[in-house]
Design a protein around this ligand. Structure first.
Ligand code: PGA
Length: 240
């Protein structure tokens, strides 16, 4: 349950990219769990810079997307695979065969979810999962009330989550369902980084140390979980 508070979004991005850099240099065949969303975007920019300028290679790394909307055609710009593709995958040397996302086109999403868990296991298990935090305390698309032992599965999105993500869907409704890694999947990873930036996240961050919110549960239950905040997101934390 480590906490790191840094001065700015840029400092958080550099810190998180540095942790991923260290993980991948120590173990080139690392298995990463990677988020979409706005918060990680500068992390990906920093990883791409390190790839281009500092020899950081992902040639032996595997990546598993945390979650994906159900109902979007492959290649939809708001799909989480595309978001991470545009920010990261296409700019680095991570082999496409080792880039994984939940198969939301499968006719049987329960079977596809089980296959996703098996693919993670076959890759050797997740070494490092990077997580944003939703305004309601979700991680990946595990909304409040998700079971601690949940695994990759089909979920309904909370109304607030759909509102928060509406900007990515100017011409159509935000999908109502998604496939997400479960809290159990995330807790089984060898380490976790949770990141939150900006004043908008301050109220939810302030509740993480005591609540049953998914982000708080991961942070408190996982033996190697670090919460990385900028000062704005940390501004309503209760005093120690
Ligand atoms: P954000 O999303 O990084 O765009 O704020 C976080 C989340 O909803 O998990």
């Amino acid at each position: 349950m480590a906490l790191v508070v840094l001065s700015s979004l840029e400092a958080v991005a550099t810190w998180v990219a540095g942790a991923i850099d260290e993980q991948v240099r120590q173990k080139p065949a690392s298995v990463l769990g990677l988020p979409a969303g706005g918060t990680p975007q500068p992390v990906y920019a920093e990883l791409v810079r390190r790839h281009r300028e500092e020899g950081l290679s992902f040639a032996h790394t595997s990546a598993f997307g945390l979650d994906e909307y159900v109902g979007l055609p492959s290649g939809h710009p708001a799909s989480f695979r595309q978001v991470v593709e545009q920010a990261f995958y296409r700019h680095v040397d991570l082999p496409v065969a080792r880039i994984h996302s939940p198969d939301i086109a499968a006719p049987d999403l329960a079977a596809a979810s089980a296959r996703y868990e098996q693919a993670i296991a076959d890759a050797g298990g997740l070494d490092l999962v990077v997580l944003g935090i939703g305004l309601n305390g979700h991680v990946a698309f595990n909304e409040p009330g998700s079971a601690l032992d949940s695994r990759t599965r089909l979920v309904e999105l909370a109304a607030g989550t759909r509102r928060a993500n509406a900007a990515a869907f100017p011409h159509e409704p935000v999908p109502a369902r998604a496939v997400t890694m479960g809290l159990g999947t995330i807790l089984a990873a060898r380490s976790c980084l949770l990141m939150a930036c900006g004043a908008g996240k301050a109220p939810i961050v302030a509740r993480l140390s005591e609540s049953a919110l998914p982000a708080g549960q991961v942070w408190r239950s996982h033996p190697r979980a670090t919460l990385v905040l900028d000062q704005a997101a940390a501004s309503q934390l209760p005093p120690d």
